[in-house]
Ligand binder design. Sequence first.
Ligand SMILES: Cc1cc2nc3c(=O)[nH]c(=O)nc-3n(C[C@H](O)[C@H](O)[C@H](O)COP(=O)(O)OP(=O)(O)OC[C@H]3O[C@@H](n4cnc5c(N)ncnc54)[C@H](O)[C@@H]3O)c2cc1C
Length: 454
Amino acid sequence: MSEHYKTLIVGGGITGCCAAYYAMKQEGVEHIRLLECGDTLGGTAQTEHIDGVTCEKGPNGFLDKEPKTLQWVEDLGLGERLVRANPLAARRFIFRNGTLHELKPPPAFLFGGPLSLQGRLRLCAEPLIPQRVSPEEESIWDFAARRIGAEAADTLVAPMVSGIYGGDARQLDLASCFPKMAAMEAEHGGLFKAMRAKAKDKPAGKGTAMGPGGTLTSFEGGMATLMTRAGEVLGDSVRLNTPVTQISKDDSGYRINTADGTPFTADRVIVAAPTHAACGMVRELDGPLASALEAIPYTSMAVVCTTYKRADVGHDLNGFGFLVPRTQNKRILGCIWTSTLFPGRAPEGQVLLRTMIGGATDPGAVDASDEDLLQTLRDDLFPILAIKADPVMHRVYRWGKAIPQYTFGHQDRVAAVEAGEKRNPGLHFAGNAYRGVGLNDCVVSALRAVETSG
Ligand SMILES: Cc1cc2nc3c(=O)[nH]c(=O)nc-3n(C[C@H](O)[C@H](O)[C@H](O)COP(=O)(O)OP(=O)(O)OC[C@H]3O[C@@H](n4cnc5c(N)ncnc54)[C@H](O)[C@@H]3O)c2cc1C
């Protein structure tokens, strides 16, 4: 005899927990079930506490610009435990030609920074570039090179893409990754024109000129605070260590098979597992749906958290951190100055840094040993930040399939997943693989699944 639920959620990352929470509000806790294959909730959102150090294995936090995320946080009773990043986080840097350059808004931008004079002049010519009118997909790099010049594409845009997606700007589809940027050209004819139009509507003091809108936000105790609280509220409706193997349909609705043999049935299923796992679950149910899910690629990433004695780091670390263009012959993608962003995450007298290595342009990095990755830090990071001694502590977090990549054809794949949802009423897919990889996107995706099917 199988257990029957109104809603069954597969996967207990941010998306699955958020979907489970709102399905619970809709239907009552006894009518929902969340199945997670791992022994903890959170998916990539995991925090490790080691001797006074708070290491984020995945996301650092989220931007406080999505009301739905803030509402979920309030609903969970965590509003008081939110922590906004230090205002110094507005200072962001790019490493180029042996030094860190601060990204400054115009007019200061015109008098220095990471671009050559020629590069800056080319960027300033953006309003003169004609609007592209073509139905063909365009890579992020091609778009940037066309509008603001190849130097800015390499130096400013490609590192941002590796910072968000771990991706290669030449491989990723602009309209899928940055739909707002594509719309700026489509609706206003160019980026400067669109920014000028939007500046009129923007309330003063929101966001930073050179960073994304919103303030990076986390919790006392890190992202684990969110996942722990979600787990407490969901209570017995969560079942850990329960990999879902197959989803099929019968007279009682959906039948969900698990690796330990426990069968479940449900009126609706929200699949919030990564697509590389979800595809196998639905292969027999709907082949074209499984193929569309399977075709979404992921990139790998190694996150190296290190602490140093403050006296051993020559740089002031007054900022968010820096990104490294691939043109600079360094292996590290960038480094976040965590103990500046969130003071108190390293013991007194120490600093905590988080360095990213890998991504689409260096897929082998995730398999490198801890010692090899530390050597990469000595070679790449130490000279940039004038670090004189090895870390006091280090932790390496490896994500084999870290972040989905919205490569060419992504919109067709998402459309094929949606067509699969229509063929199978009550079956929904949510998460970072479809319309945005940020935590806010995951919350929006979870709510869409719950609300469109409730
Ligand atoms: C290194 C890194 C840094 C990041 N930094 C940021 C950041 O600073 N800000 C930001 O907004 N975003 C960031 N992101 C992105 C963001 O963390 C993710 O997009 C988001 O956490 C994904 O949540 P999810 O629930 O959709 O997927 P996941 O976290 O992948 O969760 C999916 C869950 O499904 C489970 N599962 C898999 N297979 C099965 C199965 N067969 N049965 C049951 N369960 C299954 C998994 O165990 C997992 O718990 C970062 C990502 C990474 C990797």
